[in-house]
Design a protein around this ligand. Structure first.
Ligand SMILES: Nc1ncnc2c1ncn2[C@@H]1O[C@H](COP(=O)(O)OP(=O)(O)OP(=O)(O)O)[C@@H](O)[C@H]1O
Ligand SMILES: [Mg+2]
Length: 344
């Protein structure tokens, strides 16, 4: 661990566990944290911009994350989600705008604010020299959780993420999904008020993903604010109270999952293969609905007032086996709004 590593926050958080621990250690290296806030605080992002070499990658993002709320941030690869999350906890310095957690401006008082935060970065940054258990206990020290209390908390969290049988293993002996679970456990060591989860379930098996959903729901019930980025639309639909849809650095829409579905794609959708784009385009324009490519097929919104007519035209033109009718979902919203599939 290098002294003064805090000057390069982006590197410390993204690439190096030891430097990231330095970042958190610095919270407690002064008498800043005499009293811990027990009242829940909201996180405010105000007109956040980030440019790299004058190239804007985040362009004026605004939102408030309230205690007890799970907010999802969705968008295609490169939309600016990780960069935005980085600005929220102080790893990325905004070009313009600011972030506040309660009274703490992240720019000036980031170390204090991070005392209340749990962070799961998109890339794992565990310490390969420590065992699974030691990774947690060592991290707990940075929050002045030491001795028996640290060991108890580490044991409890390992059980919560299903890694209790691996506590003595080295980190490089874990599978990719197990490392994700350990990073999640580590983020909760300080019982954070605000939790940032940047693609936390990538690589998790279906059971582990369900366990994770339970855990996040519990965080919400405990009053934590959770910001989640994910490419899994089922996960976003199931967990999030509110969603921000990002594309090319901008928030292009926001709302609850059901609001977005109703407003953007309607109630029902047809999936059809083997018809020309021209036919779909014509049908969509005749009935004032939308269509979108979907792999080798197309999606067509079935308008609630003329669904029968549209469906009749489709059944007359396409073979029955290449036609399907179903409820609209969040993935349809994205295909329509971003023109790109998100489960990439
Ligand atoms: N340090 C950096 N220097 C230059 N450009 C960067 C840097 N970090 C990110 N970018 C660019 O910013 C844009 C947004 O990247 P970001 O990682 O925030 O996207 P994302 O929405 O998290 O994507 P993904 O879904 O793939 O994780 C991309 O075009 C990326 O190349
Ligand atoms: Mg990302």
């Amino acid at each position: 661990m290098k002294n003064g590593a805090i000057y390069n926050l982006q590197f410390t958080i993204y690439n190096c566990y030891q430097c990231s621990s330095q970042l958190i250690f610095n919270i407690h290296s002064r008498d800043e944290m005499k009293e811990k806030h027990t009242e829940k605080m909201a996180l405010i992002a105000d007109n956040l911009w980030k440019e790299y070499k004058r190239n804007p990658v985040v362009c004026g993002v605004n939102f408030t994350l309230r205690p007890g709320e799970i907010m999802g941030m969705l968008g295609p690869n490169g939309a600016g989600k990780t960069t935005t999350v980085g600005m929220l906890y102080g790893a990325v310095i905004p070009t313009r705008g600011f972030v506040k957690l309660g009274e703490y401006q992240i720019r000036d008082r980031g170390r204090e604010a991070r005392y209340y935060m749990g962070i799961v970065t998109q890339e794992d940054n565990l310490d390969p020299d420590f065992s699974v258990f030691e990774n947690l206990v060592d991290f707990a020290h940075h929050y002045r959780i030491t001795g028996k209390a640290a060991r108890l908390r580490a044991g409890e969290l390992l059980a919560r993420v299903g890694l209790q049988d691996y506590s003595k293993n080295r980190v490089d002996e874990l599978s990719g999904g197990m490392k994700r679970r350990l990073v999640l456990a580590r983020a909760l060591i300080n019982k954070p008020q605000i939790v940032f989860l940047d693609e936390p379930t990538t690589g998790l098996d279906p059971h582990a993903r369900q366990d994770f959903w339970k855990l996040v729901t519990q965080l919400k019930l405990d009053g934590a604010g959770v910001l989640l980025t994910t490419h899994y639309m089922d996960e976003a639909q199931r967990l999030c109270d509110r969603l921000l849809l990002m594309q090319r650095g901008k928030v292009i829409d926001e709302g609850s999952p059901s609001e977005l579905i109703d407003r953007t794609v309607g109630r029902e959708v047809a999936e059809v293969e083997g018809l020309s784009e021209q036919f779909l385009q014509q049908l969509a324009s005749q009935y004032q609905t939308w269509y979108s490519p979907f792999g080798n097929a197309y999606l067509l919104g079935l308008p609630s007032d003329s669904d029968r007519e549209v469906w009749e035209q489709l059944t007359a033109a396409a073979a029955a086996e290449s036609l399907k009718r179903r409820r609209a979902n969040l993935e349809d919203v994205f295909l329509r709004l971003t023109g790109e599939s998100l489960e990439a």
